[in-house]
Design a protein around this ligand. Sequence first.
Ligand code: GLP
Length: 264
Amino acid sequence: MEVIICPVAEQVGQVAAAKVAKIAAEVGPGVVLGVATGSSPLSTYEGLARLVAEGRLDLSQASAFALDEYVGLADGHPESYREVIRRTVTEPLGLDPSRVHVPDGSLHGLASAGERFEKAIAAAGGVDVQIVGIGANGHVGFNEPTSSLASRTRVKTLTERTRQDNARFFATPEEVPDHCVTQGLGTVMAARHVVLVAMGDAKADAIAQVVEGPVTAMCPGSVLQMHQFATVIIDEAAAHNLKLADYYKQAYESAPAWQKLDLA
Ligand code: GLP
C-alpha cells in the first residue's frame, strides 16, 4: 500500500488528481474511472477538472462507474448519487453522460441492479482507477462493517451511523434511505488501481485501521491491504493515528523520478 501524507488538506485533491491523471495517461483515451460520492473526493474532481480545462487531460472518451446509489429516491432527487455524480463529476470533467453509469436504485429494478452493474463494468473492460473515500466506520462505497470481502454489487442495509453521517445532505434525518446498491468489496478490488482520499481527524481511526490494522470485515477498507496498487492520500489530521507516518513520508520523498507525480 502506498501512503501519501499531505501537509495540508488542500493538497490531497491535487495529489490525488495527479495520480489519477498519471494512470489515465498510461491507459489512454478510453480510461475507465470508478468514482465515489461524499465530500472527500470533491477536491480530487476539482483538480481533475482543472487539468481538463488546461488541456492537460482529455476525458471526453472516458467511462465512469459510480460506487453506489441510495434505494428508492425519486428520479432527479438532488441527493441521489446519480445527480451528485452528474454535478460533481460528469459535467466538470467533461465526461460523456452516456458513458457514466450509476447503480439502479429504483425499487422496480432492484432485484437485478447488482448483476446489471457488474455486467456493465465487465463490458467496459473493468475499472482502471477507482477513487474511494472512507466512512468513519471504515466503510468503502456502502460496504458496511461485516460486508463480505469478496462481495460484488448488491443491495445493502445502511448502518445507523452512516445514516446519521449522511443526514446533513437531507432536510431531515428520516429522509436518509435505509438501503443502497453498492459495488462490493470484490468489485472495488477488481479495479486495476484504487486511490483512497481522506481528510480530517474524524477519519484518523478509520485510516489507521485501513492501513495498519488487521484485514477484517469489521473494517471493510482494510481489504485494500490485499490490493496490488492501492494508494492512500491523506492530510496530517487523517494520518494522526498512523504508527509509521514518518516511514511513509520518507518513502514518498525519496521515490525515484519515474514514480513522482506531476504537481505543477
Ligand atoms: C458515503 C459514501 C462513501 C463515502 C462516505 C464518506 O457513505 N457512500 O462512498 O466514502 O460517505 O463521505 P465523506 O467523504 O463525505 O466523509
